[in-house]
Design a protein around this ligand. Structure first.
Ligand SMILES: [Zn+2]
Ligand SMILES: [Zn+2]
Length: 373
């Protein structure tokens, strides 16, 4: 029977997470019902939500955890300040957990291991401390960064001042200027751009650990539970292409295709054009395609095995399927060799390989239906 392990509850974190959620779910609607929302309050909420989420995705995640690009001090400062406003701990601690997540994904040492269940991966790992404290021993590079260490020391104070007191003060100031009740403005800033924004930003981040390991496709690898989903990308400022990310964690892009929704990638790219960041790391297209073709090859073999396990399958169709699967496999090995030999492959050549793999997989799907019909 399910039993809450009260002796293992992380009381401070739990009180904060539950308290802020209750304020956002009860306090904010009561405020909105009584006073409504003006463009200033809404603008502040929107700015704070984008600044906080971007600081987590661009700063905490892609810059500090994965070193996928290099940033000048203003970018580091901004993302550390607004990252603290998410109340997800300091960048140093966050990155330590996250690097451990990548190293031990889906296993016991993964702090938000999805194999322990959706609830655990989403929020349970924060509410309960089941294991002894893990040492913060995988962020030696970040310990050398003075800004990171300064933020580590004052993270909760920064979050409190920048994330809660400033929006309340701005709400107070705006209402005073407009001849409205300043306390109503202060309360609005605290509840909407402050607490409600924190709760939304936190759960959008937690979704990356829970839903992005549950919902979506696995076009690059099935060796881990991470998945790609456009809906999740929308909710997480581009982090929803998590299958790609776990396969190529040092790439500054998560949505690697031009049409994929990844505002964090667009921000990093734009910052590089104005000289605020540099050294953007990209995985070569040939390696990305090789991963996709490797998955296609695996799925083809799996499908044939399934058909052969079905009672009364059509022998002739199964043979045709095997031929298609062998073609996919041969293409894969040809590309694998080209990548190993560091052959410069043109965009057209890669496109042809991709198109051929897609049409072979389509043919397989059609034949597979006939084989078991
Ligand atoms: Zn993950
Ligand atoms: Zn990551």
């Amino acid at each position: 029977m399910f039993r809450i392990p009260f002796d293992r509850v992380n009381w401070i974190t739990s009180s904060f997470l539950i308290g802020t959620a209750l304020i956002a779910l009860i306090g904010a609607p009561i405020y909105l019902f009584n006073y409504g929302i003006d463009w200033f309050q809404f603008g502040m909420f929107f700015f704070y939500l984008c600044a906080t989420m971007m600081s987590i995705t661009v700063g905490y995640h892609r810059l500090f955890s994965h070193l996928s690009f290099k940033a000048k001090a203003p970018v580091k400062f901004f993302t550390l300040m607004f990252g603290a406003c998410a109340f997800e701990n300091s960048a140093l601690n966050w990155c330590s957990d996250h690097r451990r997540h990548h190293k031990h994904v889906d296993h016991d040492e993964d702090p938000y291991d999805i194999s322990k269940g959706f609830f655990w991966a989403h929020i349970g790992w924060l509410l309960f401390k089941l294991d002894p404290e893990t040492p913060v021993d995988n962020v030696g590079d970040l310990r050398k960064d003075k800004l990171v260490m300064w933020q580590h020391k004052y993270t909760h104070w920064i979050g409190l001042v920048v994330g809660l007191i400033i929006p309340a003060a701005l709400g107070y100031g705006y209402n005073s200027l407009m001849g409205l009740d300043p306390m109503v403005g202060a309360l609005g800033g605290f509840l909407i751009a402050g607490v409600t924004r924190i709760v939304i930003a936190q759960h959008c981040t937690f979704f990356i650990n829970s839903l992005c390991h549950t919902v979506g496709k696995q076009p690059y690898s099935t060796k881990h539970s991470a998945r790609d989903s456009a809906i999740m990308a929308f909710l997480t400022f581009g982090e929803g292409y998590h299958n790609y990310h776990h396969e190529f964690q040092h790439d500054y892009r998560n949505g690697v295709k031009p049409w994929q929704w990844d505002p964090s990638k667009w921000t990093i790219w734009t910052l590089s054009k104005i000289g605020l960041v540099e050294g953007l790391r990209r995985v070569p297209d040939s390696k990305i395609l090789l991963a996709e073709m490797g998955e296609a090859k695996r799925r083809a073999v799996e499908r044939i095995d399934q058909i052969k396990a079905t009672h009364g399958y059509c022998q002739r169709t199964a043979e045709m399927l095997t031929q298609l699967s062998e073609k996919i496999s041969a293409n894969y090995h040809e590309l694998e060799q080209a990548v190993a030999d560091r052959v410069q492959l043109s965009r057209e050549a890669l496109q042809n390989w991709q198109n051929e793999t897609r049409s072979l997989m389509r043919e397989m799907s059609q034949l597979a239906r006939l084989a078991t019909a």
